[in-house]
Write a protein that binds this ligand. Structure first.
Ligand SMILES: CC/C=C\C/C=C\C/C=C\C/C=C\C/C=C\C/C=C\CCC(=O)O
Ligand SMILES: N[C@@H](Cc1ccccc1)C(=O)O
Ligand SMILES: [Zn+2]
Ligand SMILES: [Zn+2]
Length: 479
């Protein structure tokens, strides 16, 4: 049969992803420097703008070839975000976009083996806030482009690099403005690649080989504030129920009543089919026959917090405030709940379920913010973005046997670009184990130097693969 892409036609212009020792050192040192700039987003109102501005200066110095190339147009958007337009030689090819964010979540020093903004190297790892979320991607994208341009590579297909500065607090300043700018210019992307998933190691029991998961959708979100008002008074003669008692019972019911398991629908069916081949008997049979074993598998998925997050809308009680003084009946109690909505559910459905569970009209519900889950991007053999990722994974990570579509359980800047592409892929080309995962937004976030250098290599290869991509020839049915 006719292969989707022909490797013969790559031509002599292909540049091998071999980096000198000097370049490899420069790659890791550049990442350390990036981590040392504390580009923290504290809240919607507060971020370290001094650091964000410094970061802009830093990338100019670290990547002189990118900034001086006549092929690259650089724009600062909303003061601290960056948009690069890399001009391809063939305007008939639809452009794509690589994304990352330069801001990080706060990092109190307690518990860290090294200070979180030191960027220190220990035992082959670079430590610090942003090492995996997401300065690795910011620096790897720019470094790969720098190295390609140094080698006089001139892309055929145009592409954009979008680096947001407020992803950790919603992206409404950075990514949203970049998206508006691209829309005003009439840009439609073939696809985009953002953070959001990894090459997973050790997340699935009994599975030895790493699995590359490309997230083709992303959960929605609902931030809900629950509030109970009561008349204050003297605590010596308390009413039967206080605002605190009523509210805590309501939030406890919500925590004890998980949202329904949605395992049956959505993109995980295909994921399981593909994963089945990786297991031996009897798990392979179970995963291949979900029509029969669906109840067992969906219950197994609930066992740990990460796989549980893949099968349902999650309910996280994150803030709780009440009371003014030890001897005063509290007038007001407030709690905030962060729901992450499964792609098979809507914001409205979640709200209805919440109302049914709370079932107490003394508890007021206030929607602070919500957005719906993202559409499912294609992962079939016509899907250019997915196929390019898969092809590049296969060549750069030969130890990865299998590439599967997945759900991003967190949120990314991707959703701001839903108007300009149907191909939204979230994938960080790095191995991740459960311990690495705990460093993201946690303590001792770190990246292995070897893995980081491979991330640069991946992007270096990916950009070239995007230039040689051949539209798949539709298969003719064999007689
Ligand atoms: C069906 C497959 C079974 C098991 C798969 C196991 C785990 C896969 C799920 C996710 C784990 C990996 C990481 C993704 C989550 C968060 C990090 C990514 C983006 C963060 C966004 C941000 O905070 O900036
Ligand atoms: N990316 C972060 C912050 C965020 C939350 C919700 C929406 C947008 C961004 C998260 O998923 O927690
Ligand atoms: Zn992130
Ligand atoms: Zn984050």
């Amino acid at each position: 049969s006719t292969g989707p892409r022909s490797r013969e036609n790559r031509g002599a212009s292909r540049i091998p992803s071999q980096f000198s020792e000097e370049e490899r050192v420069a790659i890791k040192e550049a990442l350390k420097g990036a981590i040392q700039i504390p580009t923290v987003s504290f809240s919607h109102e507060e971020s370290n703008t001094t650091a964000l501005a410094e970061f802009g200066e830093y990338i100019r110095k670290a990547f002189p070839t990118v900034f001086h190339s006549s092929l690259v147009q650089h724009e600062v958007v909303a003061k601290y975000s960056h948009l690069f337009t890399v001009q391809g030689s063939d305007p008939s090819l639809q452009p794509y976009m690589l994304m990352a964010h330069i801001d990080v979540v706060p990092a109190p020093e307690e518990g860290w083996e090294v200070p979180p903004f030191s960027g220190l190297e220990r035992n082959g790892f670079i430590y610090g806030r942003g090492a995996l979320d997401n300065k690795n991607s910011v620096m790897a994208i720019l470094h790969a482009l720098e190295l390609l341009l140094i080698r006089n590579y001139s892309p055929k297909r145009s592409f954009f690099i979008a680096l947001g500065h407020d992803e950790e607090v919603s992206g409404s300043k950075g990514a949203q403005k970049i998206s508006a700018l691209l829309q005003a210019r009439g840009v439609q992307l073939a696809f985009l690649v953002d953070e959001g998933s990894f090459i997973l190691e050790g997340f699935i029991p009994n599975l030895e080989k790493p699995v590359a998961m490309i997230s083709v959708t992303e959960k929605g979100a609902l931030d809900l504030m629950l509030q109970v008002n009561m008349t204050p008074g003297h605590s010596s003669a308390p009413p039967k129920e206080t605002s605190i008692g009523i509210l805590s019972a309501a939030v406890s019911r919500l925590e004890q009543t998980p949202m329904p398991n949605m395992f049956g629908g959505g993109p995980l069916k295909k994921t399981m089919k593909l994963l089945a081949n990786e297991f031996s008997f009897p798990i392979n049979i179970v995963l291949r026959n979900l029509w029969l074993f669906h109840p067992i598998v969906s219950r197994l998925m609930e066992r740990n917090p990460i796989t549980n997050a893949l099968v349902r809308t999650t309910t996280a009680l994150t803030m709780f405030n009440a009371g003014v003084k030890v001897n005063v009946i509290p007038p007001l109690a407030q709690a905030t709940i962060n729901f992450r909505i499964h792609p098979s559910q809507t914001v409205h459905e979640v709200l209805e379920l919440v109302k049914n569970t709370v079932a107490d009209d003394r508890v007021q519900l206030h929607v602070l913010r919500s957005f719906k889950p993202l559409p499912i991007s294609p992962s079939d053999d016509q899907a250019m973005g997915y196929q390019l990722l898969q092809e590049t994974i296969r060549s750069v990570f030969p130890e990865v046997n299998i590439v599967v579509p997945g759900i991003c359980i967190a949120n990314t800047d991707t959703r701001h670009y839903a108007n300009i592409t149907n191909g939204m892929y979230r994938f960080n080309p790095l191995p991740l184990n459960p311990q690495d995962f705990s460093g993201i937004h946690g303590i001792n976030e770190k990246v292995s130097i070897q893995n980081y250098q491979n991330q640069v290599k991946f992007i270096f290869e990916f950009i070239q693969n995007a230039d040689t991509y051949k539209e798949p020839v539709p298969h003719l049915h064999e007689l």
